[in-house]
Design a protein around this ligand. Sequence first.
Ligand code: PLZ
Length: 452
Amino acid sequence: MTLVDTPATATGGPALAQERRLVTAIPGPRSQELLARKASAVAAGVGHTLPISVVAAGGGVVVDADGNSLIDLGSGIAVTGVGNSAPRVVEAVTAQLNAFTHTCFTVAPYEGYVAVAEKLNELTPGDHVKRTALFNSGAEAVENAVKIARHYTKKQAVVAFDHAYHGRTNLTMGLTAKNQPYKNGFGPFAPEIYRAPLSYPFRDGGLDGREAAARAILGIEKQIGAENLAAIIIEPIQGEGGFIVPAPGFLAALVEWATANDVVFIADEVQTGFARTGAWFASEHEGIVPDLIVTAKGIAGGLPLSAVTGRAEIMDAAQVGGLGGTYTGSPLACAAALATIETYAEDGLVERAKEIGSVLIGRLNALRTADARIGDVRGRGAMVAIELVDPETGAPDAALTGKVAKYAHEQGVILLTCGTYGNVIRFLPPLTISDELLIEGLGVVAEGLKQA
Ligand code: PLZ
């Protein structure tokens, strides 16, 4: 018996034929076989969106074991901005694999980690002196940002926002807003976490950014008190919560208040970071300089890596040995990150994200004009969403959203949904996707809306 029935012998990367190709129904027989094995081997709580067995991916497509080629509008949730198996990443990781695979940076350091820290210190907003610490996952980096902020301020409370998503570990479940499926039955959650109202222009009844910030700040002052508050953590554009872009001025007013009150402002740029929004970091669109910035996902072309970067005096507050972890800043992930960052810069992918954004926003707005079920089109760069509603009442329409997503999956398009009310379709294509594939994918979504 072989351990793997369907070895991933296919070569991925950008050389893969860039086409949507359906040779079986989805799922095809080989994918069904894997899903049956998954059901009997993998814990039921680990779900999947697409019923396929992936063997290769690259450019703007994902290929399954039956030979179907799907248009990728998800990038593995905003991870493969440079595309799957991006050539520079493959080369750098292969070289690192041949040199050494692990020493534990806190036992015996190596250059890759330091070079990634230098790059992040240079690329993130603000020209103050910075330091970086590396971790494995977004949630782990968020936890460490909170640890660092508490240590520096000698305060304990943390404020997160309505619709926030920060992870699935215990502290980050507490920061995450949505009960199902993330929190239900998994408590008790960590203490000293408080929730403030967000700026959500589509559902805020005309509140502008400054007014929404004043509402949040009043609540914080009355219910917590700045003298107890270590940090405010917020996604500059909310991801899982529904691609909510706060009204202009909201983030800047929060930063201003935090700075005046010895509260650390943490930007969670796990989903928005690294060229995704048409800037290196989404904070730049609002002209804010976070004290700490958390990154992951798009940082390393698919290898697990995350980071906290921020003001040297805050980052350096923790005692030696207070930050670390066996695999944090793995040499393989660091090699991948350096190659990934080089790819964004050398291949003009920040600009490409803007172009993808114009294609998406233009076509989705045209759809919206003709279809009142599309209540809102929003986002920046290659991070765009539509919110689906009942045209009469404006109530969220999760059922319609589910139908459109299912249709897209059956037609060979990887399409993700999100939102507190499950009524948002989000577009997160790799920045290496062609306009042709992107437009074809959007066409499938439009057809799904028509048929639903
Ligand atoms: N902060 C803003 O978007 C991860 C979650 C996927 P990890 N979002 C995708 C899922 O269903 O688990 C995310 C994020 C923001 C933190 C995280 C957490 O990052 O790398 O998944 O831990």
